[in-house]
Ligand binder design. Structure first.
Ligand code: DCP
Ligand code: MG
Ligand code: MN
Length: 357
């Protein structure tokens, strides 16, 4: 507190204490509790001295000061500063940025703002930053959400979803897209595409997904919502309907924890549901199978051939008037059939596991 500081000013070891205190603050920021404690003890010892401690030997004879701290005290007493401190203040910023960027939904600008505000650890963020609910989940479940999902577990999680879905509506069809469909042996998340024969708008599937989310939440399978379903956005003009969140495989017998108690905690997994009407299924399959580089090259190819490809369909290029203002929506060439879209683009069919770029 302030009392200590004014007392330090009169202390013959004032400058040494000040420098050690900045080191101590640094170790506190990076959560190095062991060094934080060592520095605090050394500072307390120095505060009690009535003469200036100048050499390593003198410092080492005092209680609670080890060899290495004693050497640092000598360095500060002789040079008025500590070389170690010079880089302690800014060297790990790249690593901090890397850590922050791996939080779900955090980009470079958000991460850099936090760094500018002085935050250095996930713990700093939890305790002092202004977090959105999603960012909080991303930090609290940081390890889980940065662990890839083995293929077998994706299969098991999907089987669970499929069983519940079939009980709600046996005519709804589900498929795992993304890296799983490309044959990857592990995935960052589970991308479930939901469709049904006879649908022409994703709005047609919203009531089903609402029910499915409710059931899966009640059973303890879904444990967090990151992007909720917006019924009003589904349909012909909106970006289509989706739900993003987290899931875990419930233990046998239900969601509540069992007796025995020591079973390993299940890892939270990212799961996405994407509603796709039958009329757009082929285009959506291409988009949600990826990978993103493959998608980009398919779109580029389409535009070179006077067409346009997006997750809803392949279109004849839109008419554009002056200043490239769109004057008409392009004519839909194909949306339903994945293979037909390849044909119309004039490219050889590629199996999902051949689409790594
Ligand atoms: N996609 C895209 N462009 C983006 C994001 C996604 O084209 N910027 C498409 C291609 C992806 C698919 O959506 O394959 C699913 O997105 P994911 O982020 O889930 O990526 P993957 O499933 O391919 O990989 P991961 O295993 O990391 O989930
Ligand atoms: Mg994925
Ligand atoms: Mn995804």
């Amino acid at each position: 507190g302030t009392k200590d500081k004014s007392a330090d000013a009169q202390n013959p070891n004032a400058r040494t204490i000040e420098v050690l205190q900045s080191m101590c603050d640094y170790y506190t920021r990076i959560n190095d509790n062991w060094r934080t404690l060592a520095y605090r003890k050394a500072i307390a010892t120095l505060r009690r001295q009535s003469t200036k401690i100048m050499t390593e030997e003198e410092a080492y004879r005092l209680p609670n000061i080890g060899r290495r701290l004693a050497a640092k005290i000598e360095e500060i007493a002789c040079t008025n500063k500590l070389r170690r401190l010079e880089y302690a203040n800014d060297e790990p910023l790249d690593q901090v940025l890397e850590t922050f960027l791996k939080i779900y939904d955090v980009g470079t600008s958000r991460a850099n703002k936090w760094i500018a505000q002085g935050f250095r650890t996930l713990d700093d963020l939890l305790q002092r930053a202004d977090l959105t609910p999603n960012q909080r989940i991303g930090i609290e479940r940081y390890e889980d959400l940065n662990t890839r999902i083995p293929r077998d577990e994706v299969t098991a999680l999907f089987e669970y979803v499929k069983r519940e879905a079939a009980q709600l509506d046996p005519h709804v069809e589900l498929l795992v897209g993304g890296s799983y469909r490309r044959g990857s042996d592990s995935s960052g998340d589970i991308d479930i595409i939901v469709t049904k024969k006879g649908t022409s708008s994703s709005a047609d599937l919203v009531p089903f997904l609402e029910d499915l989310i409710a059931v899966l939440t009640r059973k303890g399978f879904l444990v967090a919502t990151l992007a909720a379903l917006h019924a009003h956005r589904a349909g012909k003009d909106g970006p289509g309907s989706k739900w993003h969140g987290c899931c875990v495989l419930p233990r046998e017998g239900g969601a509540s924890s069992e007796s025995g108690g020591d079973a390993p905690r299940h890892i939270w997994r990212r799961i996405d549901f994407l509603l796709v009407p039958e009329s757009e299924y082929g285009a959506a399959l291409i988009y949600f199978t990826g990978n993103d580089i493959f998608n980009r090259s398919m779109r580029l190819l389409a535009s070179k051939k006077g067409m346009r490809l997006n997750q809803r369909g392949l279109y004849k290029e839109v008419m554009r008037g002056k200043n490239r203002v769109k004057v008409a929506e392009g004519e839909l060439l194909e949306g339903r059939d994945e293979k037909r879209i390849f044909e119309l683009l004039g490219v050889k069919w590629r199996e999902p596991w051949e689409r790594w770029c």
